[in-house]
Every structure is written in C-alpha cells, then in structure tokens.
Design a protein around this ligand. Structure first.
Ligand code: PAF
Length: 265
C-alpha cells in the first residue's frame, strides 16, 4: 500500500477528458480520500482565438469520465465567475521557463496558465495537485508557482500516457483525421530516435537528422525539436544535475501537437 492522506487531491483540466486525464485522477485518488477535478477552457492561456473557439467542449461526458476515474467532485466554473469579471492574466517573467519554447511560440500562454491555476488553487484549496508530464514546460512553471506562492502545496507529476501506436494522448488529437493521426506518429518516432541515439552518445547528430526528417515530411510543420534541461528549459549542456528531455512541437493538419521523452530511458 502506498502513502495515503486524508486530504484533497486536485486535477485541473480543460475538459475533453481522455485516458491521460483519467490516469491523473486515478493517481490523485491513490494518494487521497477526496479528489476534485476542474474543467474550464481557460481563455487567457490561448493566444490564438481560433484554437480557443475550436477547443473541444464536452462537459457532460467529461463529468461521467471524471467520476468513473475516481473524482468525487467536478468544479466547472465559468471563466467570468472564476476570474470575478473579465478574464485577464498578469505577465509572469520567469526567464526561459516562461519565455522559451512554448512561451516563445505562444506569447502570454504561461501568464494565462499561472493566472487560472492560481485562482483554482485558491478556490479548491487542495493538499496536492496533479499535472501531466505531457505538458513538460507547464510542470516546471507550476512547480515554480507552488514553491513561490503556495509553499504547503505538493505538486505531483504524472507520466505521459501514449496510445498503443505511440502517439501522446491529447485532447487535440480529436481534431486529427485518421491520416493526420498516422502522420502525427512521426513526432514520437523522432523523439524515440534521439533517445535511442543517446545510448551511443550521438545526441547532436540524431537531433539534426530528426529535424531534417520532420522538416522534409510534408504532413508535418516542425516548430522545434531540441534536447533541453527540463528544470529550466534552457539547452542541455550535458551537466550532471540536469534533467535532459527531448521535446518536439509541430503542426499536423493545422493542429498543434507537443510531445517529449526523457533523454535517458
Ligand atoms: O494542462 C491544462 O489542461 C491546462 O493548462 C490547465 C493546467 C488545466 C490550466 O488551464
């Protein structure tokens, strides 16, 4: 039996729940008596209106899925109610953690994430909160938020969940056609190839080769493929304390996908 506390575990989500979210809820349930899941498509973390508008909204089914996974309560406020008026996010400057990679590609994204998570933490008052490693940079941002502003709050990081094909589970996958789903496999294959090459000390060569493969793949529009230190989101320099991860972001059929893998399996 693992460690168990009579406390509130919290799983914030934007809905469109899939097996990845269910695994977060199950993890929370394994560590606490009471699990609260929240569902809110947070407007302040979208820098693309179309992405916000087309984000899947499936509240009824989500509530059933959350309950089936072990959630005792679902908190689904409107954005206006949670923010207490027009949703707005104050700028957050935490160096590369908020401004490189996802932060650079999606200006203001982490301002919105920090704003909504801060409000959700205040409303739910959890003992711990679970975040998926799929959003690796978000995990770093939330860990910093907790350290700086919620020192008593434990952040639990849950492993990324993949489809049997290897595709990282994401609510956005629902927007891909069967062909797009197939094309998206190239992302995880590129990560895997770099991870595999790391065993032979061939990381830079593999990164170059995989960047080239994704760039020449007509079904994929590559944004970045890199090896970085997940603690800081700065390029990995081989240091012993670093947490090296291979990260990728690309568009397939106009759907933006991200994925990651630890460099050392
Ligand atoms: O990871 C997500 O789904 C969102 O960024 C979060 C943490 C629920 C905040 O809206």
């Amino acid at each position: 039996m693992g460690w168990h506390e009579k406390a509130t575990g919290f799983v914030p989500t934007m809905g469109a729940l899939h097996e990845g979210h269910a695994s977060l809820i199950r993890l929370a349930k394994s560590q606490s008596e009471l699990v609260v899941a929240s569902i809110l498509v947070n407007p302040t973390q979208f820098n693309d209106t179309r992405d916000f508008e087309t984000y899947p909204r499936t509240l009824e089914g989500d509530v059933a899925k959350a309950q089936a996974a072990g959630a005792d309560a679902v908190f689904a406020p409107s954005a206006d109610a949670l923010y207490g008026g027009k949703p707005e996010a104050a700028p957050v400057h935490w160096g590369p953690l908020t401004h490189a990679y996802e932060g650079a590609r999606r200006p203001g994204h982490f301002d919105g994430v920090v704003a909504v998570v801060e409000l959700l933490f205040r409303a739910v008052k959890p003992s711990f909160a679970v975040f998926g490693e799929k959003d690796l940079q978000q995990v770093g941002v939330i860990e910093k938020l907790a350290t700086e502003r919620h020192p008593g709050l434990r952040i639990v990081v849950a492993p990324l969940v993949r489809e049997p094909s290897g595709l990282a589970m994401s609510s956005r996958n629902a927007r891909l056609s069967a062909q797009g789903t197939n094309s998206a496999l190239a992302l995880h294959q590129a990560l895997w190839a770099v991870q595999h090459a790391a065993k032979d000390g061939e990381v830079s060569k593999a990164v170059q080769a995989q960047r080239e493969a994704l760039t020449t793949n007509l079904a994929v529009t590559l944004e970045y493929l890199d090896v970085l230190d997940a603690r800081t989101f700065t390029p990995w320099n081989g240091g012993q304390e670093a947490r090296p991860y291979v990260v990728v972001a690309a568009e397939v059929e106009g759907v933006r996908l991200i994925d990651n893998m630890p460099l050392m399996a």
